[in-house]
Design a protein around this ligand. Structure first.
Ligand code: SAM
Ligand code: SF4
Length: 318
């Protein structure tokens, strides 16, 4: 699929639930999200149908996200079914890691090759605070389980939060020296429901380069990747910067997003979305709606002008 600005769209992020077993301050309201009527949320077979149709349309990379994808009932069946679709070159998941000890091995068996695990601090008390109650040991066990399961690539996602984890940047960077792991620092985005938290806590990605001035820029292996990559001399892993606020990467954007309630978004930050539910069961109708969403994909997000999706991050899948 080619959008109206000539970008090839071949990557889909599918959020399979809005629910989560954590309550990160920058992502979720304290009380969690209201549980939706099951008729509003796609069934496992609906996700499989949409995945098959988007692959027919040229999507070859699928990432499953949430909410927390591993809390979704039937997640393994879904992963197994998507893993069977011919034409997917890259099948990945983003998770908070808490349930990886239970699922890592089975995810690998289902064909998931890459896992991104979110961890914003090494400090148990700070972790409990930022996630509103999470136990860091569960994530650390999840990271170990991911290594044991044999994923091709493991990435750690760290949201940069001023006054919270800027002092831990060197420790995260050091992790890449001995482990074949990519650590990616993500700029904090002000999603509507959490703007109070984001206010005053934004830290630009460049802060990482100022603090760790021995990082060397890596050549881009994937021009459409939102991350700029760096490496410590001789390190096994890389350090990535994802900078939606300070460095737009929309020009190379190659993705669409499907939400747990069956909407397609052509931009993470756009209010334009199309409900795919009425077209379920009719592949031609689904294709028409998906192609329409791609043709309406905006050239760029307008975060700096305060133009935001009304959905919170847990609702879009990051
Ligand atoms: N629950 C999973 C997790 O935490 O990895 C998957 C969903 S989460 C919404 C996906 C990614 O979005 C995580 O790495 C999370 O840290 C990031 N994220 C959530 N809210 C954000 C925000 N306001 N700004 C920047 N990144 C955010
Ligand atoms: Fe849950 Fe992930 Fe949002 Fe944290 S960032 S509340 S783990 S969905």
């Amino acid at each position: 699929m080619i959008d109206s600005f000539g970008r090839r769209i071949h990557y889909a992020r599918i959020s399979i639930t809005d629910l989560c077993n954590l309550r990160c301050l920058y992502c979720m309201p304290e009380e969690g999200v209201p549980k939706k009527d099951c008729r509003e949320i796609l069934r496992i077979e609906d996700f499989v149908e949409i995945a098959q149709v988007i692959v027919e349309l040229g999507i070859d990379k699928i990432r499953i996200s949430g909410g927390e994808p591993l809390v979704r009932r039937g997640v393994l069946t879904l992963m197994e079914e998507i893993g069977k679709i011919d034409g997917i070159k890259d099948f990945a998941i983003t998770t908070n890691g808490v349930l990886l000890p239970k699922y890592a091995h089975a995810l690998c068996e289902a064909g998931v090759r890459r896992v991104n695990i979110s961890l914003d601090t090494f400090d148990a008390e700070k972790y409990r605070m930022i996630t509103r109650g999470g136990d860091i040991n569960n994530v650390l066990k999840g990271v170990s389980a991911a290594f044991e399961a044999g994923f091709h690539r493991i990435k750690i996602n760290v949201v940069l939060i001023k006054g919270f984890n800027d002092d831990e940047i060197p420790r995260f960077v050091e992790l890449t020296r001995e482990e074949p792991i990519d650590v990616r620092f993500i700029e904090l985005m002000p999603f509507d429901s959490q703007q109070n938290f984001a206010y005053g806590r934004y830290l630009p990605g460049n802060a990482v380069l100022e603090i760790c001035d021995d990082l060397q820029e890596e050549p881009r292996d994937d021009p459409s990747s939102p991350a700029r990559y760096y490496r410590l001399l001789g390190a096994k892993g890389r350090v990535g910067l994802i900078e939606p606020m300070s460095h737009g990467f929309c020009g190379q954007c190659n993705r669409i997003r499907i939400t747990a309630d069956g909407h397609i978004l052509s931009c993470l930050h756009s209010k334009n979305e199309i409900d795919l539910k009425p077209a379920l069961g009719n592949r031609d109708a689904l294709k028409t709606l998906i192609l329409r969403a791609v043709s309406e994909k905006p050239m760029t997000h307008r975060l700096s002008e305060g133009k935001l999706s009304e959905r919170a991050m847990n609702n879009i899948g990051g």
